[in-house]
Design a binder for this molecule. Structure first.
Ligand code: ZN
Length: 314
C-alpha cells in the first residue's frame, strides 16, 4: 500500500493491492462470491482511508445495509492492518449485473455508511472519536466511499475498489455471463483485489481538476491493472499519466485481528461469577467466536474453574 502526493501537494493519493488479505478474509468467513466482493471492497476502502492515520489511530467503516448482506464492517490502523466481516456471509445473488459483474448493489441495497476515527485509547489519551455518516447512495461501495469523503470530510475524491473472483483451475470458464451452481464456494477464489483513492486538496486549481477528470474517466479497472502485474505505485502512475508522484509512505497491508485466547478469557470473566458457573454446569466449557476474524476459542471446564477461583480471591 502506498500513500503519495502529486502536483505540489494539490493531489493526495492512496493505493493498495489487497489480493491475499481479501483472500484470507473470505476464507476465514467462508463468504459466498458476491459477499466476498462486497467484503473485499470495504476492507480495501477501509485500509486506504486508514493509510493517512497516525500511530495509534484506528478507523472503522460500517455499512449498515438494508439488503440481504446485513452489515459490512472493516477496521484498520496506521500500520496497514485490517480486519472485518459481514453479518450474512452466505448472502449471494444468482445473476450478474448488466456489466457481467457480481451484483454487489443488490446485496447491499440502501442503508447508512458510518466512519469512525478514534485515537490513543491504548495509552489512555482518550480523544473524542469522530464519526461521520452518509446514506448509502450507490451500493457499489467505491462510489459510497467517494460520496462519504465529499459530504462528510469535504474532500473531492475518485475512489476505485475492485475484487475479481475467478474459478480456480480453469481460467477460460470464468467469463460466463450468468452465475451458475458451478460458481461454488470451493471453486471460486479471489484472483485480484485492490483499489486507489485520488483526492483533490482544496488548494487544487481549476485546470488541474479538469485535467484529472479527463484522465480518470479513461483508466483501466483496478483488477485489470493488478492482473497485469502492477503494484500500487504503478497503478497510480497509470492513473495519473504524466503527473509526477512523490511517495510519502509504503506499508505492507495484512489481515490482522487483535483477538487472542487471553482476551477471550477476559471477556468470559467479565460476564460475572454466576454466568461462568452456569457455563460450567450447563455446557462444561464455553466457546467464543470472534466476529472480526471468525476464530473459535474453546474454553475448557478447567479454565472456567480457574476463573471461578479468581472471583473467590478477589
Ligand atoms: Zn479475531
Amino acid at each position: 500500500m502506498v500513500h503519495a502526493t502529486a502536483a505540489d501537494n494539490q493531489i493526495r493519493l492512496m493505493a493498495a493491492v489487497t489480493t491475499s488479505l481479501v483472500g484470507e478474509a473470505c476464507r476465514r468467513h467462508r463468504t459466498f462470491p458476491t459477499a466476498s466482493v462486497a467484503l473485499g471492497r470495504v476492507l480495501t476502502g477501509g485500509l486506504l482511508l486508514g493509510s493517512s492515520l497516525k500511530d495509534l489511530e484506528k478507523i472503522t467503516v460500517q455499512f449498515h445495509c438494508e439488503g440481504p448482506i446485513g452489515n459490512i464492517i472493516a477496521q484498520s490502523d496506521a500500520k496497514g492492518s485490517v480486519r472485518g466481516y459481514v453479518t450474512n456471509p452466505e448472502a449471494d445473488v444468482t445473476s450478474m449485473n448488466s456489466y457481467g459483474k457480481f451484483d454487489v448493489r443488490a446485496l447491499v441495497g440502501g442503508g447508512t455508511m458510518y466512519v469512525t476515527r478514534d485515537a490513543g485509547f491504548e495509552i489512555g489519551l482518550m480523544k473524542e472519536p469522530y464519526q461521520g455518516s452518509v446514506p448509502i447512495v450507490s451500493g457499489e461501495i467505491g462510489e459510497d466511499f467517494a460520496y462519504y469523503l465529499a459530504k462528510s470530510e469535504q474532500i473531492n475524491s475518485a475512489v476505485s475498489l475492485g475484487v475479481l473472483m475467478k474459478v480456480d483451475e480453469d481460467e477460460a470458464s470464468f467469463n460466463q455471463p450468468v452465475a451458475s451452481p458451478e460458481f461454488s464456494l470451493e471453486r471460486l477464489r479471489v484472483a485480484a483485489a485492490g483499489g486507489y483513492i485520488v483526492q483533490m486538496m482544496p488548494s487544487a486549481d481549476e485546470d488541474l481538476i479538469n485535467h484529472l477528470e479527463n484522465i480518470l474517466s479513461d483508466t483501466p479497472s483496478v483488477t485489470e491493472m493488478i492482473r497485469s502485474g502492477l503494484g500500487p505505485q504503478e497503478m497510480l502512475e497509470t492513473v495519473l499519466g504524466d503527473l509526477e508522484i512523490s511517495l510519502l509512505e509504503e506499508t505492507e497491508p495484512r489481515f490482522y485481528c487483535q483477538c487472542s485466547r487471553e482476551r477471550a478469557l477476559l471477556i468470559i470473566s467479565a460476564l460475572g461469577e454466576a454466568e461462568v458457573r452456569d457455563m460450567l454446569v450447563k455446557d462444561n466449557g464455553a466457546e467464543l467466536i470472534c466476529h472480526f476474524c471468525n476464530e473459535r476459542y474453546q474454553i475448557s471446564a478447567e479454565e472456567l474453574l480457574e476463573l471461578l477461583k479468581e472471583y473467590g480471591e478477589a
